[in-house]
Ligand binder design. Structure first.
Ligand code: ARG
Length: 464
């Protein structure tokens, strides 16, 4: 079988591939994205083949030049893709042979697509990890800039979505700064497992040819080489870890998206988004909807799906490579694009969020957000906390019955009726707007602590 239907592997075949199978098995539709990494990996491999004497230096040079020309063709949109050639790897090899002749047929010496494809994926994920970290840092920069402006902006802090205690808006923003820092750490940690060079593993058992694996690793900037060829071609842990890191990151983005969505409702009214970051309704003329943020929230499910999809693909696969693993690319690329898009949207929203301090303060003033501080006041007077809790609870009940929404209207005499330990110095404790300033503990919400936290974060971020 030669001619039109011939494949690089067609030697032992007597029939040409059924077109249904050809299109079903092709990964070209989604692995073209590995193009630059495949060229990069092949150049390093060819150089090593040359310096190890497995091919002549002239052949190595011809291959490298050919690959570089192919890269130019691709960059200019002139690289011809042949659907019958299964994937991007075989397309590049076939193009090389066409361009430089038989020397091109030596590129695949001591290499299988099984170790080649996992090398390409590792290069791709490494690149994307740096990209995503860069985007996370940019989002952190916008959080910091906004936090700086809101060190003294008070807002109700919530538990159970019920008003709980006053916090500063800067403190709230800095909570997301912390989450993004952990996301960066997770990606950096994952990078340690990505940074392992698999070439030399061959199809599964290694190669009898004396390749220099360390040289390839060094040229490509990997930290080490894989230690078990069976594992190396079967391993997608690094991709799973990456997707797990992206899933947690999306969970953070969706929580922030949800909060901004809530804050921009008429019911909360804490913030406003510019028109440019909202969309309208095809029917209701008055609507201005936070669709981009809803999509960040919605796309979180999509990224979780990518993680679960790949976990299920990998489940129970016998060693070593199985074609099932070709299905790794769809979820991986989808998650990468979704996360990068979501980060761009979230960053814009953080940067352009208009904060309505007066509405936030109103929230602080109504809902007994000072109650815990008052209990802690009694604790400082020697009252056991459990008793203090009960006394203030009764105070809140009494105020509620009078139709009050905070404790500031009680006179000292009335307070003394609830507990003899109340003294003159209690008055500031009755004012909810003072509460945040008392949380002057490490990690607390007081403006001076937040200022410290912002300074430290600014210093950390400036390192990059
Ligand atoms: N396109 C394949 C993939 O992405 C390349 C590896 C094919 N290997 C094989 N033995 N058929 O997984």
């Amino acid at each position: 079988m030669k001619g039109k239907n011939s494949k690089p592997w067609s030697g032992r075949f007597e029939q040409s591939t059924d077109p249904v199978v050809e299109s079903f098995t092709s990964s070209l539709g989604f692995d073209e994205r590995l193009f630059p990494y495949d060229i990069q990996g092949s150049i390093a491999h060819a150089r090593m083949l040359g310096s190890s004497g497995l091919i002549t230096n002239e052949e190595a040079e011809a291959i490298i030049n050919g690959l570089e020309e192919i890269r130019e063709e691709w960059e200019m949109g002139r690289f011809p893709l042949d659907e019958s050639l299964e994937d991007i790897h075989m397309n590049i090899e076939a193009r090389l042979i066409k361009k430089i002749g038989p020397a091109g047929g030596k590129l695949h010496t001591a290499r299988s697509r099984n170790d080649q494809v996992t090398l390409d994926l590792r290069l791709c994920i490494r690149y994307e990890i740096y990209e995503i970290i860069r985007k996370l840092r940019s989002a952190q920069g916008k959080l910091l800039a906004s936090a700086r402006n809101h060190i003294h902006t008070l807002m109700p802090g919530y538990t159970h979505l019920q008003r709980a205690q006053p916090v500063t808006f800067a403190h709230h923003l800095m909570a997301y700064f912390e989450m993004f820092s952990r996301d960066i750490q997770r990606l950096e940690d994952c990078l340690r497992r990505v940074q392992v060079m698999p070439l030399g593993s061959g199809a599964l058992s290694g190669t009898c040819l004396p390749v220099d694996r360390e040289a390839v690793a060094e040229e490509l900037g990997f930290d080490s080489i894989s230690s078990n060829s069976l594992d190396a071609v079967s391993d997608r842990d690094y991709a799973l870890e990456f997707l797990a890191g992206l899933s947690i990151l999306m969970m953070h983005l969706s929580r922030l998206a949800e909060e901004i969505i809530l804050w921009t409702t008429a019911e909360f009214g804490f913030c406003e988004l510019p028109d440019s970051l909202c969309t309208g309704s095809s029917l209701m003329p008055q609507k201005k909807n936070p669709d981009p943020l809803e999509l960040v929230r919605g796309k979180t499910g999509r990224v979780y799906g990518c993680l679960i999809g790949l976990l299920v693909t990998m489940k129970a696969l016998p060693l070593s490579y199985n074609r099932d693993m070709q299905e790794d690319k769809g979820p991986l690329f989808d998650a990468i694009d979704t996360v990068k898009g979501s980060l761009s949207v979230i960053t814009l929203c953080i940067e352009n969020l208009k904060v309505k301090e007066d509405r936030m303060l109103q929230g602080v003033m109504h809902g007994f957000l000072e109650a815990t501080d008052l209990a802690e006041y009694l604790v400082q007077k020697g009252v056991p906390f459990r008793d203090a809790h009960n006394i203030i609870g009764r105070l809140v009940l009494d105020a509620t019955k009078r139709g009050w929404t905070n404790l500031s209207s009680f006179s000292l005499d009335e307070l003394k009726g609830f507990c003899s330990h109340f003294g003159n110095d209690v008055m500031p404790y009755l004012r909810p707007e003072k509460a945040a300033y008392r949380k002057n503990i490490q990690g607390g919400t007081s403006p001076s602590r937040i200022e410290e936290a912002i300074k430290k974060a600014e210093k950390d971020l400036r390192k990059y």
